[in-house]
Design a protein around this ligand. Structure first.
Ligand code: ATP
Ligand code: ZN
Length: 299
C-alpha cells in the first residue's frame, strides 16, 4: 500500500475493543473490505486502512510508525510507556482523543479472608499481575515495597494456587472477582479506550486526514445521547422552556404563521430527553412536542 497517501490504523483483532472500534470507524464513514487473512482491512472510500492485531502490539506499531494511528486501552498504553521508560527508552506516545468505551479499571483484589486495612497491608506481600510496571509505579508512589509476581494470564486464580497473596487485574463489573472469591480493595488505574498517533511528523495530506477523522470522531461522540427537539409554545413561556431544555445551547425560535404570540422552538439537546422533561415542557405551555434522534453533527 502507498505509505504516502494512505493512513494506517491499528485496532484490536478480536476482543472487547473490536466491535466498538469498528462501529466508531463505520460512523466516521469508513467502508472496509477485509481480505481472506482478515489481518488487513482496506478502506474503500477513505485513504485509511486498518490493521487487525493483538491490543498489546498496538503501542509499538504506532511508536515505530508502522501505523499512524492506534485505538487501544489506556491500561495497555500506560503499561508499555512505563516499561519503555524503565528500560531507558524514550516513550513518545501522543493521545489524540479519549473515547467513550472500553471503560474498566486496574484494581487490587484480595481473597475473602485477607485482612485488608489500607495500603500498609500490602507491605511485603506477593501481588500477581499482568501489569507489573503500572503496579510498581503505584506502589512506589505510596512507598510500599511488595513482591510483584508477573503472569501472562489467569491472574485471578493465582491466590488459590498459592502463587500470590492478592492480585492486581482489570475489572469492569466485578463478576469475575466474585466468582473467584476475591474482593476489590484499591483502584490502581482508571482506563478507557484512546486514539494514539505516531511520533513521526505526517505529510500535509495525512495530517489533513487525521484532523478530519478526529473531527468526525468528535461528532460521533457528541451525537451519542443527543436529541433534536421541536415544539410550539406561547412567546411568554420562552424563558421557562429554555430552562427546561436539557443541555441545549441557543435554540432556534421561529414565528408561527397566523399566531403572533406563539412560536416554534427547535433545539439540539446534548442529553437524552426523557418523558418527565416532555411533561414539564407541556406544563410550561409547550405543545406539538417532537423528539428526533441526531445522526451526524459537525460543530
Ligand atoms: P488480545 O488478544 O488483543 O491481547 P486481550 O485479552 O488482551 O486481547 P480484551 O480482554 O479483549 O484483551 O480487552 C481489551 C481491552 O478492553 C483491555 O485492555 C481494556 O482496555 C478493555 N476492557 C474493558 N473492560 C474490560 C474488562 N472487564 N476486562 C478486561 N479488559 C477490559
Ligand atoms: Zn492483550
Amino acid at each position: 500500500m502507498d505509505r504516502e497517501t494512505r493512513l494506517r490504523v491499528a485496532i484490536q483483532k478480536s476482543g472487547r475493543l473490536t466491535d466498538p472500534t469498528l462501529e466508531l470507524l463505520n460512523l466516521c464513514g469508513l467502508k472496509l473490505s477485509r481480505g481472506k487473512d482478515q489481518l488487513f482491512g482496506f478502506g474503500e472510500n477513505l485513504p485509511l486502512d486498518v490493521l487487525f492485531v493483538r491490543d498489546d502490539d498496538i503501542p509499538d506499531l504506532v511508536h515505530e510508525d508502522v501505523c499512524e494511528l492506534g485505538v487501544l486501552g489506556l491500561n495497555v498504553l500506560e503499561e508499555r510507556r512505563l516499561e519503555m521508560i524503565a528500560r531507558g527508552h524514550e516513550a513518545r506516545f501522543e493521545v489524540l482523543r479519549h473515547l467513550d468505551f472500553g471503560r474498566c479499571r486496574l484494581a487490587l483484589a484480595v481473597p475473602e479472608d485477607f485482612e485488608f486495612r489500607g495500603v500498609e497491608s500490602l507491605r511485603g506481600r506477593r501481588i500477581a499481575t499482568t501489569y507489573p510496571f503500572t503496579l510498581a509505579r503505584w506502589l512506589s508512589e505510596r512507598n510500599i515495597t511488595a513482591d510483584i509476581v508477573t503472569l501472562s494470564g489467569a491472574v485471578e486464580i493465582a491466590p488459590r494456587l498459592g502463587r500470590a497473596d492478592l492480585i492486581c487485574d482489570l475489572v469492569s463489573t466485578g463478576s469475575t472477582l466474585q466468582a473467584n472469591h476475591l474482593r476489590e480493595v484499591e483502584t490502581v488505574l482508571e482506563s478507557h479506550a484512546v486514539i494514539i498517533r505516531t511520533p513521526v511528523a505526517l505529510s500535509a495530506f495525512k495530517a489533513d486526514w487525521v484532523e478530519r477523522l478526529m473531527m468526525r470522531v468528535g461528532g460521533v461522540e457528541q451525537v451519542k445521547g443527543s436529541k433534536y427537539i421541536m415544539l410550539h409554545a406561547p412567546r411568554s413561556a420562552l424563558p421557562a422552556i429554555r430552562r427546561l431544555l436539557p443541555g441545549s445551547e441557543s435554540p432556534t425560535i421561529l414565528p408561527l404563521d397566523g399566531a403572533d404570540d406563539r412560536v416554534a422552538i427547535h433545539a439540539v439537546c446534548r442529553e437524552n430527553v426523557f418523558w418527565e422533561t416532555l411533561e414539564s415542557l407541556k406544563k410550561a405551555g409547550a405543545s406539538s412536542l417532537l423528539v428526533l434522534p441526531v445522526e451526524k453533527m459537525l460543530a
